[in-house]
Design a protein around this ligand. Structure first.
Ligand SMILES: Nc1ncnc2c1ncn2[C@@H]1O[C@H](COP(=O)(O)OP(=O)(O)OP(=O)(O)O)[C@@H](O)[C@H]1O
Length: 230
C-alpha cells in the first residue's frame, strides 16, 4: 500500500536546516493497522503529512498504492489524495456552521459524486460511526468523542484505501479514546489500511504493528518489540 525508501525531508527556514526525516524506510501492506510513536519532534507528523501527499519530501522514493509520487504536480497529487486517502486529525476539524450531514458532504463534493450518491455515502458513513440519528445536528451539540466519530465518517465516506490519523484520540478522555480506537479497528477489519500517530502507549501496544521513530528514522530495536514502543 505504501513504501518509502531512503526518504528525507529537510525544512529550510531562516538559513537553518532541520532534517525531519533521514534515510526513512517503511513498507505498509494493504490491510495493516500501524501505529506510529516517537518523541516530540522525531518526525511523526512530517511522515504522516508526506504519506498523505500534504507535504513534499526532499529526496528518496515514495510509492503509494503502486504509484510513484515523486515529481507529481499539485493537481495529480490532489486527485490521488481525494481518491485514495482519508484524514483524521486531533482537533476533529469539523466546520461549526455545517450540520453533521453537510460536514461529511464536504470532501464528497470535491470528488464530483452526484447528490444521490453523496446522500447514500453520507448516511452509510454516519451509520457506521453510530450517528445516523444525529445527521441534522451541529458539531457543538456533540461530545468530543462523537465529533471525532463524525470526522471519521467524513474520512470514510469517500471509501479511502488508506486512512491517516494524527493523534485522533489526543483530545479525548480514556473512555472516548478507547471507543474511537475500537471503531478504527472495525474499519480496519473491513479492509481499510490505517496509519495512526499516537502518544498513547495503550493504543500503540494494541495495534498489529508499531513503528517507532527516533530522530527522523524508524527505530529497528523498538519495532521488533511493540511493548517497548511507547
Ligand atoms: N514547517 C516546518 N518548518 C520548519 N521545521 C519544521 C516544520 N515542521 C516540522 N519541523 C521540524 O521538523 C522536526 C520534525 O517535526 P514533526 O512535527 O514531524 O515531529 P513530531 O514527531 O510530529 O512532533 P510532535 O510529537 O511534537 O508533534 C522538528 O524538529 C520540527 O521542529
Amino acid at each position: 500500500m505504501l513504501r518509502m525508501q531512503n526518504l528525507s525531508k529537510v525544512y529550510r527556514t531562516h538559513m537553518i536546516e532541520t532534517h525531519a526525516l533521514r534515510g526513512f524506510e517503511i513498507h505498509v501492506k494493504q490491510g495493516e493497522f500501524v501505529t506510529v510513536t516517537g518523541p516530540s519532534g522525531s518526525g511523526k507528523t512530517s511522515f504522516l503529512n508526506i504519506a498523505g501527499l500534504l507535504e513534499e519530501f526532499t529526496a528518496g522514493e515514495y510509492i503509494l498504492d503502486g504509484i510513484n509520487v515523486k515529481g507529481m504536480d499539485d493537481n495529480a497529487r490532489s486527485k490521488l489524495r481525494n481518491e485514495k486517502l482519508g484524514f483524521i486529525f486531533q482537533g476533529f476539524n469539523l466546520i461549526p456552521d455545517l450540520s453533521l450531514f453537510d460536514n461529511v458532504d464536504v470532501p464528497l463534493r470535491y470528488r464530483g459524486f452526484n447528490a444521490a450518491e453523496r446522500k447514500e455515502r453520507i448516511e452509510d458513513a454516519l451509520a457506521k460511526v453510530g450517528l445516523a440519528s444525529r445527521m441534522k445536528h451541529y458539531p457543538a451539540e456533540l461530545s468530543g468523542g462523537q465529533q471525532q466519530r463524525v470526522a471519521i465518517a467524513r474520512a470514510l465516506a469517500g471509501t479511502p484505501k488508506l486512512l491517516l490519523a494524527d493523534e485522533p484520540t489526543g483530545n479525548l478522555d480514556t473512555q472516548m479514546a478507547r471507543g474511537v480506537m475500537e471503531l478504527l479497528e472495525e474499519i480496519n477489519a473491513q479492509g481499510t489500511t490505517i496509519l495512526m500517530v499516537t502518544h498513547d502507549p495503550e493504543l500503540a501496544t494494541r495495534s498489529q504493528r508499531n513503528v517507532h521513530i527516533i530522530d527522523g528514522q524508524v527505530s529497528d530495536l523498538v519495532r521488533k518489540s511493540p511493548t517497548l514502543a511507547a
